[in-house]
Design a protein around this ligand. Structure first.
Ligand SMILES: [Zn+2]
Ligand SMILES: [Zn+2]
Length: 267
C-alpha cells in the first residue's frame, strides 16, 4: 500500500497545478491513495482575510477548496482513493479556533504544522529580533507539543522543519525534543515522513533519521508525504523513504478516513 498524504495546489499561491493534476500524478506514480492537503488560510495576522497571497489561500476560498476536493474525489472514484485534508497552521493559544474550524468540514485528516511563532515565519532566514536560536527552538518544540495536545489535528507536519534555514542549534536528541515525541505519541497523533527536505537546502528529510527512530521507539506511527508543490513532486523520493522506514523498523503506515486512523502494511 502506498499513499502520499501531503500535497498542495495553486490556491496557496506558491504551488503549481490543480487538485485534479495531483490526482492524475498519483495515478501515474502507481499510488493507492492520494491525500489533498493545501495550506490553511491565515487567521492570526489581523483582520485581512488574505494577508499573504503567496503563502496561503484566502479565508473566503476555504469552502470552495473543500467543495472541489469532494468533487474530485467523486470524479476519480474507482481509479484511486482520494482523501481530503488540509495542512493547517497551529498558532499557540488558537486551539479552539482550529479545533472548531476543522470540525466544520467533512475532512479525512488534518495535518498540524508549526510554520509561525507569532508573526515570525520559520522559513525566514533571519531570527526574530532579540531572540536566540535556542529561544526559538525551545518555543518551536513547546508550540509543537501544544499542537499535539490541541485536539485539532491527526498528523504533526514536518516535525523538525525549523532546521530548513539552520535555526535548530543542536540536532542531537535533547530532553525537550524527546518529551515532544512522547507527547505526540500520548496524544495519539501520527508524524509524517516528509520527503520535501531532501529537495531543499537542508538536504535532509523531516524528521531526520535519528528523530524518526525516536518516534518509532515511542510507538508513533507515520504517514508518507512528499509535500508536493508541483504535480511532478507527487511521491517524491518514496523509494528512499520506504527504505529508511523499513531500516528503522516501521512495517506499516497510517491512513485516514473521516479522521479515523487505519494502519496498513507498507510497500
Ligand atoms: Zn507550501
Ligand atoms: Zn508545511
Amino acid at each position: 500500500m502506498l499513499a502520499d498524504y501531503h500535497t498542495h495546489h495553486y490556491r496557496c499561491g506558491h504551488a503549481e497545478g490543480t487538485l485534479a493534476d495531483y490526482v492524475e500524478a498519483a495515478i501515474a506514480a502507481g499510488l493507492d491513495e492520494i491525500g489533498l492537503s493545501d495550506h490553511s488560510p491565515i487567521y492570526h495576522l489581523g483582520n485581512n482575510p488574505h494577508p499573504r497571497p503567496s503563502t496561503a489561500m484566502s479565508q473566503h476560498e476555504l469552502p470552495n477548496y473543500v467543495r472541489e476536493m469532494l468533487d474530485v474525489r467523486e470524479r476519480y472514484a474507482g481509479r484511486i482513493t482520494v482523501r481530503i485534508g488540509v495542512e493547517s497552521d497551529y498558532i499557540l493559544g488558537w486551539d479552539e479556533h482550529y479545533r472548531n474550524l476543522w470540525r466544520t468540514y467533512p475532512l479525512d485528516y488534518v495535518i498540524g504544522s508549526v510554520h509561525w511563532l507569532g508573526s515570525w515565519n520559520i522559513f525566514d532566514h533571519r531570527l526574530p529580533a532579540d531572540r536566540s536560536a535556542d529561544d526559538v527552538y525551545d518555543e518551536y518544540l513547546r508550540t509543537t507539543q501544544a499542537a499535539a495536545r490541541s485536539g485539532a489535528y491527526d498528523i504533526i507536519g514536518h516535525l523538525d522543519c525549523l532546521k530548513t534555514r539552520g535555526h535548530i542549534p543542536d540536532l542531537s536528541i535533547t530532553p525537550l525534543l524527546e518529551e515532544t515525541v512522547r507527547v505526540i505519541g500520548e496524544c495519539g497523533l501520527v508524524v509524517e515522513l516528509n520527503t520535501s527536505g531532501w529537495r531543499k537546502s537542508c538536504a535532509d528529510c523531516y524528521p531526520r533519521a535519528e528523530l524518526l527512530a525516536l518516534c518509532h521507539h515511542y510507538g508513533v506511527p507515520v504517514t508518507l508525504s512528499s509535500d508536493a508543490h508541483n504535480p511532478t513532486q507527487v511521491a517524491y523520493a518514496f523509494d528512499r523513504a520506504i527504505a529508511l522506514l523499513k531500516e528503522i523498523g516501521y512495517r506499516e503506515i497510517a491512513t485516514f478516513e473521516r479522521r479515523k486512523r487505519r494502519m496498513v502494511s507498507l510497500g
